[in-house]
Design a protein around this ligand. Sequence first.
Ligand code: HEC
Length: 153
Amino acid sequence: MRSRPKQNNTTPAPVLGIVGRVLIATGGLPFPAIEVQHEHLAAMHPSAGVSAAYGEYLARISGCISCHGAGLSGGHLQGAPSDPPAQNLTPAGDVGRWTFAQFTSTIRTGTRPDGTHINSFMPWPDFAQMSTAELHAIWLYLKSVPPRPTGHG
Ligand code: HEC
């Protein structure tokens, strides 16, 4: 941020209509950002490296857990279009049968080993910018979580 030229733009205040206010007041809108356990993140501070611990940290700050669930078992996303559901990333899902090379290639190209494309609701073009070491850490973390049936956390 410090490397960017100074700008004098004023940011307009956010405007929320009555329906939005009612939904927030009644808990009808999901706000995963405020559900992030910041204390947990602060407590983690693992050293950067190719480890499951660093992979868990990356999976949390990159939002994998917000969309694929705390236990990574996927399922339908709250507040998102009903299709496609987020896939099961635990060893019980398809990813559990992929090699690390197939996982890396899928994240980098948006195309699975079987040739099908990943919907752009999954922000793979952003994750494609991760280094091989970062993807390897996430991969180790995915391998370390207990297998769960899809949609079970
Ligand atoms: C904004 C929500 C969102 C975020 C954030 C997200 N995903 Fe996804 N992901 C999805 C959805 C939805 C799909 C299913 C797309 C489809 O079926 O076309 C998916 C699919 C995948 C797949 C394909 C799995 C399979 O069995 O075909 C992988 C691998 C994956 N995500 C990994 C990740 C990783 C790793 C992260 C974090 C770095 C992540 N996702 C973050 C929503 C998300």
